[in-house]
Design a protein around this ligand. Structure first.
Ligand code: GDP
Ligand code: IMO
Ligand code: MG
Length: 443
């Protein structure tokens, strides 16, 4: 049995919380794309864990795998593992030998390129973690893979080829000075040592084979998506995207199981009851048009704690966007959704969703394929009755029927519009602050 968790919107929908909740029934939790640009929050008994690379299942002592579709910064990985150990956990993390490694020059180039775009509308507002440049090298067949770290001769050969290119880029194209990040000897030394630790701790695996063996032995696997559909490199708001495929197809290509394995399991979209976005790009339902909207956005931002987990940036806020959600449900083929942050909308004077877009006088229910056209879309808003603050702890105990009627109407509208059932409703950050409807691991 597999369950794939996918961000339906712009990232930070609360994926970590649901991976943690349902991960209790998984044996293995596998990240299939992205790297330490992710920030997944798990709150267990009031204790908060913010994970950027170690799969969220680590908090529950599950085997965590970073699939071949991931880009891995070993410095982040080991510092995160060490931090978790200090907090009394013993994470068992395996790395796909086919996964690519984020090298120090990737991070430098990520920041240099963002700086170069700073005064134009091409700025993406990346997390600065070197994600884009690492995927570029993967596609350009000049990347360094986890498997290469295990063989110092191969590592040296690859670095001797690629580093002079990076140095020339930094110095001749950008007119800056290359530093330690382009010192081949220092890189060989540091990354050979990392390879030694991976070997010593038996962490590098053939991901596809490893998962096949574990599945044959009867293990349940959870695929943990990072980021979200609208920042998917193919299906998102290009170029304001990350460089990988957070959508469900990525779970197959990013781990080495067949698409049929993913498709025979459940694919659960994680939905935030409103929208948040860190970084640039259009957002038709953004709350920013006048003082009143800005005040509302500030209120939601504070109440929902909408500040980037990785970079601390304040997140942009908007109403839930249905054309976006219809697009996400189709691209990933959701079999269920979880709707988080229902509590954050409680007690507001108004609750709206963008039901459709208006573009050149036409009303449309789906998103245009180009970001420029998307940016021209005006939302057609639909108002809902508001719901009050209630005792959410009591609601989670009593179940779905205890959710205020107006909030139930809101949830049922979402579910009906995309024709996908709701499996859970988040009413707070903690593991126990979830209204359970269906566990996707149950038959
Ligand atoms: P992820 O990247 O999708 O895992 O989400 P993040 O962890 O970056 O951001 C979600 C934030 O919302 C975290 O601080 C969570 O603890 C919190 N959170 C998750 N679900 C809920 C919910 O239902 N209600 C509230 N108020 N907070 C939630
Ligand atoms: P989780 O997994 C929200 C955004 C960045 C930027 C764009 C590209 O926590 O949901 P990158 O560093 O990936 O090249 O940046 O993508 N971004 C995220 N936004 N949540 C994330 O991850 C994100 N990871 C990247 O802000 O706009
Ligand atoms: Mg996040």
């Amino acid at each position: 049995m597999t369950v794939t968790i996918v961000g339906s919107q712009l990232g930070d929908e609360g994926k970590g919380a649901l991976v943690d909740l349902w991960g209790g029934d998984a044996d293995i939790v596998v990240r299939y794309q992205g790297g330490d640009n992710a920030g997944h929050t798990v709150v267990e008994d009031g204790e908060e864990y913010k994970l950027s690379l170690v799969p969220s299942g680590a908090v529950r002592d599950k085997v965590g795998v970073l699939g071949n579709g991931c880009v891995i910064n070993p410095r982040t990985l080991f510092s995160e593992i060490d931090d978790l150990r200090e907090r009394g956990l013993d994470p068992d993390v395996r790395l796909a030998k086919r996964a690519h490694v984020i090298m120090p020059y990737h991070r430098r180039l990520d920041n240099i390129e963002e700086e170069a775009k700073a005064d134009s509308d091409l700025t993406v507002g990346t997390t600065g973690r070197g994600i884009g440049p690492t995927y570029e090298d993967k596609a350009g067949r000049r990347g360094i893979r986890v498997g290469d770290l295990l063989d110092p001769d191969v590592l040296r050969q690859r670095l001797e080829y690629v580093v002079p290119q990076k140095k020339a880029l930094i110095e001749d194209v950008y007119g800056l000075e290359a530093g330690e990040e382009c010192d081949v000897e220092a890189l060989v030394e540091e990354f050979t040592e990392i390879g030694r630790r991976l070997r010593e701790d038996d962490m590098a695996v053939n991901c596809g084979d490893f998962l096949a063996e574990r599945r044959e032995a009867g293990d349940n696997v959870m695929f943990e998506g990072a980021q979200g559909t609208l920042i998917d490199i193919d299906h998102g708001s290009y170029p304001y995207v990350t460089s990988s495929n957070p959508t469900a197809g990525g779970a197959a290509t990013g781990t080495g199981v067949g698409p049929t394995v993913v498709g025979q399991g459940e694919v659960v979209g994680i939905v935030k009851a409103y929208l948040s976005r860190v970084g640039e790009g259009p957002m038709p339902t953004e709350l920013k048009d006048d003082d009143r909207e800005e005040e509302l956005a500030d209120f939601i931002r504070e109440k929902g704690g909408e500040f980037g987990t990785v970079t601390g940036r304040p997140r942009r806020i908007g109403w839930l966007d249905m054309p976006m959600l219809r697009h996400a449900a189709r691209v990933s083929g959701f079999t269920g959704i979880a709707v988080n942050h229902l509590d954050v909308l409680a007690g507001l004077d108004e609750v709206k969703v963008g039901h459709a877009y208006e573009l050149e006088g036409d009303e449309r229910l789906t998103m245009p394929a180009t970001t420029e056209r998307w940016g021209e879309c005006e939302p057609v808003l639909k108002g809902f009755d508001t719901w009050p603050e209630v005792d959410w702890a009591a609601v989670t105990e009593e179940g779905y029927e205890a959710i205020p009627d107006a909030a139930q109407d809101y949830l049922e509208y979402l579910s009906d519009e995309i024709d996908v059932p709701i499996y859970a409703v988040g009413v707070g950050p903690g593991r126990e602050q979830t209204v359970h409807i269906e566990n996707p691991f149950d038959d």
